[in-house]
Design a protein around this ligand. Structure first.
Ligand SMILES: C[S@@+](CC[C@H](N)C(=O)[O-])C[C@H]1O[C@@H](n2cnc3c(N)ncnc32)[C@H](O)[C@@H]1O
Length: 243
């Protein structure tokens, strides 16, 4: 896939207004995902993307939600030997583990949810990658000094607008007008080395107009490098490079 976007203020075409059926389907999927997966009270064991996981309550499940394995398979195709990497919004740690498997020397795995940071540490040890994956609990990259230090950044952020119901729902909803991730692109830009690259996964259900403008304002050019369509939406992986 090689779709160079000439104007990063537009990450492709905005989605067409939803039909009633599509709105109903999306609402139903979120309702069931929230109540049966995100809001569960028990710790689960799982396998995904070739790794083993302990998935604590409130932590985004790496198997049930399709974006995790899709993004992990994209990362598997990168050669990250000797690179310094970070992931913003690590959840179970699945993508940070994939970064380490692709050769990254060090991976800082960040999440605002303390249960996720704990799970990522536990899962890194479980998969013998505890010496290269360093989970921390903080808001975006606020705990990391704003100087160029990473070769590669990745994020599968909460890609829907709207107030999250609770900590678990912060995996899906980023607040009105993307309040909770508005600073993501600028913070990433400040911490990326020259020649570095930021991979981000968004959905056709995201407000690509708003997110595209934030990407543009942060000083990135965007290129669509991966796309997977399911019945009701498509998942897009963008490669963001400093202009
Ligand atoms: C869609 S989930 C992705 C989890 C994991 N990377 C994966 O692909 O399975 C988004 C994650 O971002 C985290 N998150 C949301 N807002 C955040 C913020 N402001 N700072 C750090 N992490 C955040 C959520 O807690 C959640 O774990």
């Amino acid at each position: 896939m090689d779709n160079q976007l000439s104007d990063s203020s537009s990450l492709g075409q905005p989605s067409a207004p939803y039909s009633t059926l599509r709105r109903f389907l999306r609402g139903a999927i979120h309702f069931f995902s929230y109540h049966f997966i995100l809001a569960r009270k028990s710790t689960r064991r799982a396998r995904a993307a070739g790794f083993r996981f302990v998935v604590r309550p409130t932590v985004f499940h790496p198997r049930f939600f399709l974006t995790s394995e899709y993004f992990a398979s994209y990362i598997d195709g990168l050669d990250l030997r000797g690179k310094m990497a970070a992931e913003i919004g690590t959840g179970s740690g699945v993508l940070s583990l994939a970064l380490a498997r692709a050769g990254a020397d060090r991976v800082v795995a960040i999440d605002i949810n303390p249960n996720a940071a704990l799970a990522a540490a536990e899962n890194a040890r479980l998969n013998n990658l505890g010496d290269r994956v360093y989970p921390i609990c903080c808001d975006l990259m606020s705990a990391i000094a704003p100087r160029p230090q990473f070769d590669v950044l990745i994020s599968n952020p909460p890609y829907l607008e709207g107030e999250p119901r609770d900590l678990a729902d912060r995996a899906w909803h980023a607040g009105p007008d993307y309040r909770d991730i508005r600073a993501l692109f600028l913070q990433a830009r400040e911490r990326l080395k020259p020649g570095g690259c930021f991979y981000v996964l968004l959905s056709s259900d995201s407000d690509l107009g708003v997110l595209g403008r934030l990407i543009d304002e942060a000083g990135f050019a965007a290129r669509l490098v991966g796309k997977r369509s399911i019945v009701i939406e498509s998942f897009n992986i963008y490669e963001l490079t400093p202009i």
